[in-house]
Structures are given as C-alpha cells and as structure tokens.
Design a protein around this ligand. Structure first.
Ligand code: C2E
Ligand code: CA
Ligand code: CA
Ligand code: CA
Length: 280
C-alpha cells in the first residue's frame, strides 16, 4: 500500500509539473503573441430569429502560435492570471474600434446594430480603462453606441461597488453594457438594477439544458422575466437546435446566437454575409 501510494504521488506530481510547464509555455508565448501577429479575430453573428437577419456580432479572439491553435478557454484564464489580458484586451478593443469604423464607412446606418466585445475583470480593474478606450474610439472614428461591452455575471458581481464606478464611466462614453453568461452566477435584483446594463445574455448552459432537464425551464423563465421586467434586451447564447430556439423565443428572448445560425466566422466572410443581406 505504501509503495503504490508513493507511486501515484509521483505520477500526480509529474502531471502537475507537466501542467505547470504547459501553463508557463502558454504564458510566455502569449507575451509575444501580439508582436508576432499570432492573434486574430472571428465574428459570430447575433440574429433576429424571426427573420434570420444578422443584427449584430460578437468579437471572439483566436490565438495560433506556430505549435498550433490554442482555444480561448485555455489561454484566456492564463492571460488573466498573469495580467497579459490587459495588453491583449487593449489590442482587441482597438481592433473592435477599427471594425466598427469600417462598418460605419461602408454601411452607415445599415451597418450591424452593434459589435460586442468581451471584457475581462482584470481590464475593469485598470483605472485608466475609460480614458484609454475613449482615446481609441476617438482615433478610430467608431461609434461608441455601437460598441457593446460584455462582462460576465460572475465578474460583475464579484466586486459590485468597484465595477459600478468603472461601468458607469464606460457607459458614459456611450457604450451599452451586456451581462454575459447570465444565470450562472448570482446577481441580486437590487444590485442588477443599479448597474448601467442594457442586455442580458442567457448562458449557453441553460439553453443547452432545456432539452435534457425540463426543470431548467423554470430557471430560464425566471431569468428572462426578470430581464424583461427591467426592460433589458435578452439574447439566447449557444442555440444549437430548433427546439432550443423555439423554447427561448417562447420564453421571450428577442435575439439569438449559436451554431444553429452561424459559427464564428472570418471577418471577410462576415462582410459578405452583410452585403448579401443588404441586397435582399
Ligand atoms: P463567451 O463570451 O461566452 O463566447 C461565446 C462562446 O461560445 C464562443 O467560444 C463561441 O464560439 C461559443 N459558441 C457560440 N455559439 C455556440 C453554440 O451554438 N454551441 C457551442 N457549443 N458553442 C457556441 P470561444 O470563441 O471559444 O470563446 C470562449 C470564451 O473565451 C468566451 O466565451 C469568452 O469568455 C472568452 N473570450 C473570447 N474572446 C475573448 C476576448 O476577446 N476577450 C476576453 N476577455 N475573453 C474572450
Ligand atoms: Ca461573450
Ligand atoms: Ca457567453
Ligand atoms: Ca462563457
């Protein structure tokens, strides 16, 4: 017994060492990712499910070092832990401004209603974020009211007072704020009403569970009713099947995003989809 427990301990510690080594490699690689041009972006359409029209898009980050693409679910948490997410987040926001400015130039008022950008809680902690973002908006000519900032419910509620102040400053620049992955954390109604929030994105986990766990319908119903009572726009995330869409529409979501409609796409493919829609 003694031997085998020592053995499994060894296996365990070498696995840990391997994990640590991988994390170190990722964090070092991320450091130079921008300079090396290894970051790119995708756009996932957000649609009006009643007519299938693209009304907006979410900007999603990709990292492809020479060793092969690493998914955001792996590298974002590491970038957050090491702080690299701040530089990366600035790069993403600058790109978002350029994309929106191009939309404005090309399509004017007929452009997608907004471009949603993910914000990490680490970025919110940076006191100069509003000034930095204001400068990037100014330089690019993007319309701030068409740049939506997504903050996860968990990040939002982790430090209500601090976030309230920074989000009010960001919202004062004209940018709408969305609560991402809504339903997974806990917001008290009182806290939510204090936040300058205009959109709730119902977490994919709830949408996905509707088929398998019908009891979740009650939870989704509560979430959507809450949002509607507060006058917020509701977006169903990760919609993969017509049945899920039906249910989310019945519950009162007005916008949807998911593989049922579109996967995240290259920027030029997104442009073509908009051009085609404008020709219809
Ligand atoms: P998220 O913000 O919740 O983004 C939605 C994720 O769900 C995306 O994964 C998207 O590709 C995926 N998705 C969309 N529709 C479906 C569907 O129908 N089924 C399934 N199974 N998945 C769907 P992605 O691009 O891998 O991003 C993962 C997470 O990484 C994002 O979750 C977000 O938290 C983070 N992330 C991505 N880009 C950025 C960024 O620029 N900055 C920050 N801070 N985080 C980012
Ligand atoms: Ca998001
Ligand atoms: Ca989400
Ligand atoms: Ca998520």
């Amino acid at each position: 017994a003694k031997l085998s427990s020592a053995g499994s301990c060894l296996v365990y510690s070498s696995m840990l060492a391997e994990r640590t080594r991988q994390r170190m490699q990722i964090s070092q690689g991320l450091h130079r990712a921008i300079a090396k041009g290894e970051l790119s972006l995708r756009l996932q359409p957000i649609v009006n499910p009643t007519n299938g029209h693209i009304v907006a898009a979410e900007l999603l980050l990709r990292w492809h070092p020479a060793t092969g693409e690493v998914p955001p679910a792996v590298f974002i948490p590491i970038a957050e832990a090491t702080g690299t997410i701040i530089g990366i987040g600035d790069w993403v926001f600058a790109q978002a401004c350029e994309i929106e400015a191009r939309w404005r130039q090309r399509w004017g008022d007929a452009a997608p209603a907004y471009l949603a950008v993910n914000l990490s809680p680490r970025q919110l902690n940076k006191s100069s974020i509003d000034g930095d973002f204001a400068a990037m908006i100014e330089r690019s000519g993007a319309r701030p009211e068409r740049l939506q900032l997504e903050v996860t419910e968990t990040a939002l509620m982790a430090d209500v007072e601090a976030n309230l102040s920074v989000l009010r400053r960001l919202a004062a620049l004209g940018m709408p704020i969305a609560v991402d992955d809504f339903g997974t954390g806990y917001s008290s109604l009182a806290q939510l009403t204090r936040m300058p929030v205009s959109v709730l994105k119902v977490d994919r986990a709830f949408v996905a569970s509707l088929d398998q766990q019908p009891e979740n319908r009650a939870v989704v119903h509560a979430i959507v009713s809450l949002g509607r009572a507060l006058g917020l726009t509701l977006v169903a995330e990760g919609v993969e099947t017509p049945a899920q869409l039906d249910e989310m529409l019945t519950q009162g979501c007005s916008l949807a995003q998911g593989y049922l409609f579109y996967r995240p796409m290259e920027l030029d493919a997104f442009d073509r989809a908009i051009e085609q829609q404008l020709c219809e």
